[in-house]
Design a binder for this molecule. Structure first.
Ligand code: SF4
Ligand code: SF4
Length: 326
């Protein structure tokens, strides 16, 4: 079970608290941006939870072999905004990255893209936030994560191979290498997606790696409703017979409804919660920041946030592991 903090999320205070809360709730892995300051913030949260008797989750960093919505930030120049604008961009932002005045607080923006179409003047741009391949080795050596996840997309076999080669060249011991890929926006059939994953499988085996697959069902949907959970589970079920060997984890569109759609199945080998995990804790994170303390220093907020995290994670901890194996 994994907490996804967001591949572009650089809100350090929130990341420390998110990691502390979800580690205490029992997740096995936290997945953060490939950024030294973010990794430091995540470790601070994991150290804190471990010092209070928790089991320490693995720390994973996410990278991408090409352009990817998870690795971008939105931006606009507030000086260009009309003074009487009702700021629709602000109202759709799930990360509260856009205030009543000014531009986007970039550390909070995780690139979901909801604000992009809302500006009547088309002032909002997206900026690529990917780590360049030439910087990857240095980053991995300096932060020494337990695992790496590579986001890939159809048609990027060569870029994937170069990325894997750069990770291996860094000679950082990794517990596993994850591969994240989805169907949405690529106009592919499930069989074609599986064929892309088989190609990635061949590549990883050539490098002596055992893959862990992450199926990005509804990427960045931010939807907490049952519809998105059902679609993500349906895709997982459809892909399962075609997928290459290795655990297949479900992400993207996962939420508290997901488990309901898996009754009767052994379920996926793992589950990752991103948007829903951040959304559940957001009221307490914002309140803690307004009080100029961390959630860890505010007992009432900590207990309320931990209860929410346990409610999401708890049913998964009670499930039997999925039937899949490496
Ligand atoms: S709506 Fe999404 S892309 Fe726009 S500022 Fe907020 S987090 Fe960033
Ligand atoms: S909607 Fe456009 S004009 Fe209005 S505040 Fe947002 S970016 Fe500025």
């Amino acid at each position: 079970m994994k907490l996804i903090c967001g591949a572009s999320n650089q809100d350090l205070l929130a990341i420390t608290d998110l990691c502390a809360v979800f580690a205490a709730a029992g997740v096995h892995c936290v997945d953060v941006a490939a950024d030294a300051a973010v990794v430091r913030a995540a470790r601070k949260g994991l150290d804190w939870a471990q010092s209070r008797g928790g089991i320490r989750p693995s720390l994973m960093v996410s990278i991408s072999d090409g352009k990817d919505a998870h690795f971008r930030k939105a931006w606009f120049d507030p000086a260009c905004c009309p003074i009487d604008c009702l700021r629709p961009c602000r109202h759709v932002c799930p990360a509260e990255a856009i205030g009543e005045q000014g531009g986007i607080q970039l550390s909070r923006c995780y690139g979901c893209g909801r604000c992009l179409p809302t500006c009547p003047l088309g002032l909002i741009d997206e900026h690529d936030q990917r780590l360049e391949l030439k910087d990857l080795g240095h980053l991995l050596v300096s932060v020494r994560p337990d695992a790496v996840e590579i986001h890939t997309a159809p048609g990027r076999a060569e870029a994937f191979e170069s990325t894997v080669a750069a990770v291996i060249a860094a000679q950082v011991p990794l517990q596993w290498m994850g591969v994240s890929c989805g169907l949405e926006g690529h106009g592919l059939t499930v069989e074609a997606l599986a064929s892309e994953l088989w190609q990635r499988h061949g590549c990883l085996r050539r490098f002596g790696q055992r893959p862990l697959w992450q199926l990005d069902g509804r990427p960045m949907s931010g939807d907490v409703g049952p519809g998105t959970a059902r679609v993500a589970v349906a895709l997982w079920r459809e892909l399962l017979p075609w997928a290459p060997p290795g655990p297949l984890q479900l992400a993207g569109g996962t939420n508290s409804h997901t488990i309901r759609y898996l009754s009767g199945d052994n379920g996926p080998a793992g589950i990752a919660f991103g948007g829903i995990a951040r959304k559940l804790l957001q009221p307490w994170l914002l309140e803690a920041q307004a009080r100029h303390v961390s959630l860890r220093e505010w007992p009432e907020g900590w207990h309320a946030a931990l209860a929410q995290a346990k409610k999401l994670v708890g049913p998964w901890l009670l499930r039997q592991p999925g039937s899949q194996s490496c």
